[in-house]
Design a protein around this ligand. Structure first.
Ligand SMILES: [Zn+2]
Length: 484
C-alpha cells in the first residue's frame, strides 16, 4: 500500500508539523471506526475551520474522503464554497477526486504527509496541481511528518490482514464467491428483536453461512409423544424472515417453537455472487437438510411465495415430521398449466429492471407499513452485487413439464392430493395480481381436506404483512387438533 520508508525527509516548519498532528488526530478517529485512517483539517490564519476523517464505509459514500469532509465543513463555516486563503493538511497524499475539490475550492495551499504511490494525484501517480490550465493558486507540499503518517496506515493494514486471517479460521468463514451483508445493516430494525442463529455445515451449503431464527425451543423438557409444535416459516422472493415479524409473536405466545430461515441470497444469509448458483433443486436441498439438521418435529409448515414453491415439496420427503400446513399466496409450479399472466408480468418486470426498488414494492402494496419497515426489506442488499438471488428467482419458477423443479412439484401435488393427513389453513391476500384467488383456488383443489380459505380483502401478495389474524387462526387450529 505504502512504501516502507519515506525518502528525503523534508524541512518542515514547526507550525506545519503542529497542524499535521491535528490531522493525525482525525486519522485516529477514522481508525477507531474501522475506516482507513486518513485525517484532514482546513485552516485559515492559524484557525481551524473544518476537520474530517474517512467515512466511506459508515456513510456508504464513495466521496466521503477526509479532505472532502473537512472542505465541506470549512465551506459551511465560511458561508462560501471558495476557500480563499485557506490551507488544507491531510495525512495522506490526496486522490484525484480530492485534488479536484481542492482546486475548485481555490485553496491557497495543500500540505500532505505520506505519499500514496497507488492513487496519489499530487505528484505520485499524477499531479493535478501542476496543470496551469487547472490551477492558478494552490501550492502543494508533501512529506510533512511523512513517517508518522505512513506508520498509522501501515499499522492499520497490517491489523486488517491479521483480522482477515483470523476470520478465515472462524466458525463461518466467508466464501470467496459470496458476499455477507454487514451486521450494521440490520441495526435497529422495527419489531425484529430476535437473536440470529447461523449454520454453515449443511452439505448443500458448502460453507455458505445460513441465518435462521429459532425461538421458543423447549424440546428438552417435553415428554415423549407430546412434542412441542414448531412453526417452520419460509419466506419468498425478495423478502426474508423479517416478513414473519407479525406472526412470530402469536406463535410464540401459544408456547410453540418458531424456526424461520433466510434462504441463501436473502436476509442475513450469505449471498452467492453469481446468479447461476441459485437453482430450484439446490434451494430445496438446503431446506431438506435444514429440517434434518435441526431435527424439527411436529412441524406446522408456514409458506408464501417461494416459501411454498420450495416448501410444499418438503413434507413428502419426511411426512412424519409434519402435522399442519399454513399456506398463503403461493403455488406448486408443476409445468402442467401455463404460468399466470400476473406472474409473467412480474417476471418480465424483474428481467427488465433487475435492481427494482424493493422498499417501494412493499410500500406500494402495503400503505399501512412505515418507511422504516419498507426499508428493512432493502437492508440485506447494500448494493447490486448482493442481489443475485432476487435477480435469479423469478426465472427459476418451473414453467414447462421438463423445467428444473417441475417433476418434484408434480410429485408434491400428488402427495398433497392423496397422502396428506395433516391440518391445513389457507389464507389468501385478495389484492395479489400474481398469486391471488385464482391461483390459490387451484392449489386448494390440490390439497386433501383443505377447508374454505380465509380471504383477506386488504392483503396483497405479502400476506404476512396482514398476518396476525392468520397466525391466530393457525394457533386455534392447532389447539383444536391437540384437543381432538
Ligand atoms: Zn480522496
Amino acid at each position: 500500500m505504502l512504501p516502507a520508508q519515506v525518502q528525503n525527509p523534508v524541512q518542515v516548519a514547526p507550525n506545519d508539523a503542529a497542524l499535521m498532528r491535528l490531522a493525525l488526530a482525525q486519522a485516529d478517529l477514522a481508525q477507531a471506526q474501522g475506516e482507513v485512517p486518513v485525517g484532514a483539517i482546513v485552516v485559515k490564519n492559524g484557525q481551524v475551520l473544518g476537520v474530517g476523517f474517512n467515512q466511506n464505509l459508515h456513510r456508504h459514500d464513495p466521496g466521503a474522503h477526509a479532505e472532502i469532509v473537512a472542505l465541506r465543513r470549512a465551506a459551511r463555516r465560511m458561508g462560501n464554497h471558495r476557500l480563499d486563503g485557506c490551507e488544507l493538511f491531510v495525512t495522506l497524499e490526496p486522490c484525484a477526486m480530492c485534488c479536484g475539490a481542492m482546486l475548485h475550492a481555490r485553496l491557497q495551499r495543500v500540505v500532505f504527509g505520506a505519499p500514496d504511490p497507488k492513487t496519489g494525484a499530487a505528484g505520485s501517480v499524477l499531479n493535478l496541481f501542476e496543470f496551469e490550465q487547472l490551477n492558478h493558486q494552490t501550492q502543494v507540499q508533501g512529506g510533512v511528518l511523512a513517517a508518522e503518517c505512513a506508520q498509522g496506515l501501515q499499522n492499520f493494514f497490517r491489523a486488517r490482514r491479521n483480522q482477515q486471517r483470523t476470520d478465515k479460521k472462524m466458525l463461518h468463514p466467508l466464501r470467496d464467491d459470496a458476499l455477507r451483508t454487514p451486521d450494521a445493516a440490520f441495526d435497529g430494525l422495527t419489531a425484529y428483536p430476535w437473536a440470529a442463529h447461523y449454520l454453515s455445515h449443511l452439505p448443500a451449503l458448502g460453507g455458505l453461512r445460513m441465518h435462521y431464527l429459532d425461538q421458543g425451543s423447549q424440546s428438552a423438557a417435553m415428554p415423549a409423544g407430546q412434542g412441542q409444535t414448531t412453526y417452520l416459516c419460509l419466506h419468498g422472493n425478495p423478502s426474508w424472515s423479517y416478513i414473519y415479524r407479525k406472526m412470530i409473536p402469536v406463535f410464540l405466545a401459544s408456547g410453540a417453537r418458531v424456526v424461520a430461515p433466510d434462504l441463501p441470497g436473502f436476509g442475513k444469509s450469505d449471498k452467492p455472487k453469481k446468479d447461476s448458483v441459485h437453482r430450484f433443486t439446490w434451494h430445496r436441498q438446503v431446506l431438506l437438510e435444514l429440517v434434518e439438521k435441526l431435527e424439527l418435529e411436529n412441524i406446522v409448515l408456514v409458506v408464501q411465495d417461494w416459501g411454498g414453491l420450495l416448501g410444499l415439496t418438503l413434507p413428502m420427503a419426511a411426512p412424519q415430521r409434519y402435522k399442519a400446513l399454513v399456506v398463503m399466496n403461493t403455488t406448486l409450479a408443476t409445468g402442467e398449466a401455463p404460468l399466470s399472466p400476473g406472474f409473467i408480468a412480474w417476471r418480465d418486470m424483474c428481467a427488465k429492471n433487475p435492481q427494482f426498488d424493493i422498499a417501494r414494492l412493499f410500500g406500494r402494496g402495503n400503505p399501512q407499513m412505515s418507511p422504516a419497515e419498507c426499508a428493512a426489506y432493502m437492508a440485506p442488499f447494500p448494493d447490486a452485487g448482493y442481489r443475485a438471488g432476487t435477480r435469479a428467482f423469478p426465472a427459476l419458477v418451473p414453467e414447462f413439464a421438463d423445467s428444473e423443479g417441475a417433476e418434484v412439484s408434480r410429485q408434491a401435488a400428488s402427495f398433497w392430493r392423496d397422502d396428506w393427513r395433516g391440518q391445513t389453513l389457507m389464507a389468501i391476500g385478495e389484492q395479489d395480481p400474481v398469486l391471488g384467488l385464482p391461483v390459490m383456488t387451484a392449489l386448494k383443489n390440490t390439497i386433501r381436506n383443505c377447508p374454505e380459505p380465509m380471504v383477506l380483502p386488504l392483503a396483497g401478495h405479502f400476506v404476512q404483512e396482514h398476518g396476525e389474524p392468520v397466525a391466530h387462526a393457525a394457533v386455534l387450529m392447532m389447539s383444536k387438533a391437540t384437543a381432538a
